[in-house]
Write a protein that binds this ligand. Structure first.
Ligand code: HEC
Ligand code: HEC
Length: 354
């Protein structure tokens, strides 16, 4: 007992010091947070502004000091992998009953989407969320609305084995590909092996990295002053002024942050959202309270081509999506003329489709 007491009395001052140290740290962090976090900032802890997998420069490195960064067509891709990946992307053998390819839901002639509220998979089954575009997806720091895949390669496994999408297994897919002599020859030439899941994923990811769509806005960002019209420029100014760029920024005008949907107002009010509901967003991946209703901020390139909008396809028109963004993310009722103006800007983000 005496021993325990003496240990206890010795430990007291240490505790106090630790407590004082901790309080100072908290004060510093809070003050730091006020100055350095972008507003609106109800979800500070959810903001993860890391450079993407390709090490693209951070937002502040923009030549024109704009929050958006221009893109160019990629160089240095392995053309043989791109060609094989293109074939595989369009190959329905990746699905259980050979009925559906990646392109079924990500139609490259339609902005890289199916334009359906919910995609239709094998046997007519409906998906949980709206299909995002595959164009420029290599610029996203994570894949999927909830960011559950870290890379494009990792992402490919999702749809192949998803029971409501391609409903297959790698085993099944590989049996089919190995029975195709021409396919086998291509894999041997490129990967020095028979078809494997890793090689299929690698080729498709390489193909997706080629799906880059520079737009007139990129020419403007690169210094070509008359690449966009004065209305489009006005729309961009409005987009900046209203603060859309706090979330939609960088190379993909999005795709580099997680943010809550409903920062200023509860977007899901009146809905029953249990823990398994896709409306929970990133919470389903991390199970952290602060990640409820948090989503990857979608990139806005080609957005005028990819209606309907939001993970739940709840808005049919771009105009309504922009208006809702003002209300729920910024807490403003955007004047209709600003909405129209921003629509012009968003159209200038349509790139050359491949
Ligand atoms: C049945 C329709 C369907 C098929 C088939 C399909 N996808 Fe998707 N894709 C979706 C949906 C829906 C999502 C969004 C899922 C989510 O976020 O939870 C998605 C998400 C993605 C994303 C993430 C984009 C982003 O911005 O987060 C990529 C990349 C992608 N798919 C590529 C592919 C590839 C490659 C294939 C073929 C191997 C494929 N998809 C097959 C419907 C489909
Ligand atoms: C606080 C961060 C934030 C701000 C500010 C913000 N957005 Fe968003 N935006 C998001 C998130 C998150 C989503 C995805 C919501 C969802 O579907 O769950 C999104 C989705 C969108 C979409 C739909 C894209 C698609 O493919 O479905 C459009 C269009 C859009 N935003 C435009 C804007 C405009 C215009 C502004 C300014 C008026 C703006 N956003 C401000 C975070 C933000």
């Amino acid at each position: 007992m005496p021993n325990q007491n003496s240990t206890h009395s010795l430990a007291m001052p240490m505790w106090k010091k630790a407590a004082i140290g901790l309080s100072i740290l908290i004060v510093v962090l809070v003050i730091g947070g006020i100055f350095f976090l972008p507003s609106p900032k109800k979800t500070e802890s959810a903001i993860v502004a890391t450079p993407d997998a390709h090490g693209y420069p951070s937002v502040s490195a923009s030549r024109l000091d704009e929050p958006l960064l221009p893109i160019q067509m990629p160089t240095g891709l392995d053309e043989r992998k791109v060609a094989l990946g293109r074939e595989l992307f369009h190959d329905p053998r990746l699905s259980r009953d050979n009925s559906i390819s990646c392109a079924t839901c990500h139609d490259l002639a339609r902005g890289g989407v199916d334009r359906l509220p919910r995609s239709i998979g094998v046997g007519g089954q409906k998906g949980e969320v709206n299909a995002p575009t595959v164009y420029n997806s290599s610029f996203n720091f994570r894949q999927f609305w909830d960011g559950r895949a870290n890379t494009l390669e990792e992402q490919v496994a999702g749809p192949v084995e998803n029971p409501v999408e391609m409903a297959s297994t790698w085993e099944d897919v590989l049996v089919k590909l190995k029975a195709d002599q021409r396919m086998v020859a291509q894999f041997r030439a490129i990967y020095d092996s028979e078809p494997t899941a890793a090689a299929v994923q690698n080729a498709i990811a390489e193909f997706e990295s080629s799906l880059i769509t520079p737009s007139r806005m990129d020419r403007w960002l690169s210094g070509e002053a008359d690449a966009i019209t004065s209305q489009e420029l006005e729309g961009y100014r409005s987009f900046r002024r209203h603060g859309c760029v706090t979330c939609h920024q960088g190379k993909n005008i999005g795709g580099n942050l997680f943010q809550r949907f409903g920062v200023m107002q509860d977007y899901f009010a009146g809905r029953t959202v249990d823990d398994a509901d896709p409306d929970q967003g990133r919470f389903r991946v991390t199970k952290r309270e602060e990640d409820r209703f948090v989503f990857k901020v979608p990139g806005l390139r080609n957005v005028a081509l990819t209606a309907p909008y939001f993970h739940d396809a709840s808005e049919a028109t771009l105009e309504d999506a922009v208006t809702k963004m003002g209300r729920y993310q910024l807490g403003v009722d955007l004047p209709p003329e600003d909405v129209q103006s921003m629509m012009q800007f968003l159209h200038a983000l349509n790139g050359e489709q491949l």
